[in-house]
Design a protein around this ligand. Structure first.
Ligand code: HPA
Length: 239
């Protein structure tokens, strides 16, 4: 039992999928986990554990932004022994050749947040994905023929920016897409010696203003969740 997750130790699996939206967690649990059991509903942040090929897997919402995901990820790792955390979320594309529905595997996460500067006394930390999760997710996405890009992401503190050109410096440095959580996920995973990966789907294009339809979003989430579950090997381990 932790401050924000009143579950008991053992109720949450070593592998957890983390969508931002708790209702996505419910949808993933109901469509991809066998016999899902609700372990959290405090603040509406639904969390479930069920089985996949005989192995326990959990899925829980994180809310939006660095402060919210940081609280849940810290408690999941410290209090519940979670060892592999896979964010499944949406992002806004920053490169002209990218399309709505593309998968993005965030290899690293730049940020406009000051949270890590405080953590590192004004110095810059480079939050990176687990290479083993990243390389296997990339291989699986390619095998499935899913459009996938691997590169840097931007974790932003603002969804509605005041400067219309906010994205240009990042785009000119090759950053693929913006979202609001990955830098915290990767930093906390590094701090606690566990594995993390952000699997993202382009839901909007920052340059063209295009948006995905609700149907496209739904399909994107199922595909990301399947990709995350493919990280379990036949013995139910994640390496
Ligand atoms: N910015 C930040 N977060 C996002 C975006 C975006 O454009 N799209 C989806 N999540």
């Amino acid at each position: 039992m932790s401050i924000h997750i009143p579950a008991t130790v053992g109720q949450i699996a070593p592998l957890i999928l983390l969508p931002g939206d708790p209702l996505r967690a419910k949808a993933i649990a109901e469509s991809l986990l066998e016999a899902p059991v609700l372990f959290n509903e405090t603040r509406g942040m639904l969390g479930y554990t069920g089985m996949v090929d005989g192995q326990p897997v959990s899925v829980m919402g994180t809310g939006m932004g660095i402060p919210s995901i940081s609280i849940y990820v810290t408690e999941l790792i410290r209090e519940f022994g979670v060892r592999t955390l896979v964010r499944v979320g949406t992002c806004g594309a920053l490169q002209p050749e990218m399309h709505i529905g593309d998968l993005v595997l965030a290899m690293a996460a730049s940020t406009d947040s000051r949270v890590n500067q405080r953590r590192f006394s004004g110095q810059d930390f480079a939050p990176v994905a687990s290479f083993s999760l990243l390389s296997r997710a990339f291989a699986t996405a390619c095998e499935q023929g899913w459009p996938v890009q691997v590169g840097g992401g931007l974790t932003s503190d603002t969804f509605y920016a005041t400067d219309p050109d906010w994205w240009k410096d990042w785009a000119e440095h090759g950053v693929l897409a913006a979202e609001m959580e990955t830098s915290a996920l990767y930093t906390l995973a590094a701090r606690h010696g566990v594995r993390a990966l952000s699997i993202l789907t382009v839901s909007d294009h920052v340059i063209t203003g295009e948006h995905s339809s609700p149907d496209e979003r739904e399909r994107g989430f199922l595909r990301m969740a399947k990709l995350a579950l493919s990280l379990l090997d036949r013995a139910g381990q994640v390496h």
